[in-house]
Design a protein. Structure first.
Ligand SMILES: C[S@@+](CC[C@H](N)C(=O)[O-])C[C@H]1O[C@@H](n2cnc3c(N)ncnc32)[C@H](O)[C@@H]1O
Length: 293
């Protein structure tokens, strides 16, 4: 048992997808938001503070609020995330965000002093200026969700986020990559500039016809090599209806040595009742103790 990964470790690379498929409750599309919420719960228990950026923050399924990442993160406790920067282009979605903000502000303790900013417009155009005018400290733990539909997030925006901090851990990214429909989605695009902006150059054509898993690793390697993250791991998100087919990957890019293990734990535990902060801290302390022996 000595070499068995614990829930704070990453399993060995070669077994990862197989292992996930065998999980009793793998992460289905409808519980992706729970994965994000669970990861950020662990994140904030470690950091005790944080900034959450959501580039594409309107609800994917407006009738299912339990699947809306921004809502789950805003409602999550302990309320140690202090800054929320939420971007959205669609006016109907913006009004949903405004209503959510009002609800959260009304029921929050004003002493918390949380900053919840909604930026209406194109995330790609807005993000450089928002970062320039809302300086994030080098030591501020910052997580950015990039939950695009297919090709809306420009590569240049990833460069902006990854290059923002000069010394501290870079802004963490959680980036959506289509799996099941990527070839079809590429074929359906009429204006190639959409793909060029998404990929950052004309190299997107190399993705055609690749197997899902290989493509996810290819994109993860590119993020690691070009944006210089210490760890970049694609996490498969399955379809419940389609016999466990991988629908998409959420690619987690981070410099923090603990973060990949926290995501591993969240992936396995997102659907179980949350452990209390005390329980989590106890297990984490034991794990650290074992590592240092
Ligand atoms: C897949 S949904 C996000 C789902 C959401 N994360 C959730 O948990 O339900 C993508 C959202 O991004 C918005 N959007 C699309 N292009 C955008 C852009 N360039 N800038 C900002 N928002 C955009 C869409 O209107 C939509 O609300």
């Amino acid at each position: 048992m000595e070499n068995q990964p614990t829930l704070f470790d990453l399993p060995p690379e070669s077994t990862r997808e197989k292992e996930f498929k065998q999980l009793r409750n793998p992460i289905w599309t409808e519980n992706k938001a729970k994965l994000i919420e669970c990861y950020l719960y662990y994140f904030v228990l470690i950091t005790k503070h944080g900034t959450y950026i959501d580039g594409f923050s309107g609800p994917q399924e407006p009738d299912k609020p339990g699947m809306w990442s921004a809502k789950l993160v805003l409602e999550s406790k302990p309320r140690w995330f202090k800054n929320f920067y939420l971007f959205e282009k669609d006016p109907t979605q913006i009004s949903k965000l405004e209503a959510l903000k009002t609800e959260i502000v009304n029921e929050s303790d004003p002493r918390l002093k949380r900053k919840i900013e909604i930026y209406p417009g194109d995330f790609n155009e807005l993000i450089p200026n928002v970062l320039a005018t809302n300086p994030i400290r080098e030591k501020e733990a910052t997580f950015c969700l990039l939950d695009q539909r297919t090709f809306e997030c420009h590569w240049n925006s990833l460069i902006t986020l990854a290059g923002y901090k000069k010394n501290g851990f870079k802004i963490e990214l959680f980036y959506f990559l289509t799996a099941a429909w990527l070839d079809r989605s590429i074929a359906a695009v009429k204006n190639e500039m959409i793909l060029e902006n998404w990929w950052g150059n004309s190299g997107w054509s190399a993705l055609r016809g690749m197997k899902n898993c290989k493509r996810a690793k290819f994109v993860a390697s590119r993020i690691k090599d070009e944006l210089h993250y210490e760890s970049v791991v694609p996490w498969p998100i399955y379809s419940r209806e389609d016999r466990g087919r991988v629908m998409y990957y959420m690619i987690h890019a981070t410099d923090h040595p603990i973060a990949p293990g926290l995501m591993h734990r969240a992936y396995h535990k997102a659907l179980s009742p949350k452990e209390s902060p005390e329980q989590f801290e106890l297990e984490f302390a034991e794990w650290k103790g074992e590592r240092s022996q």
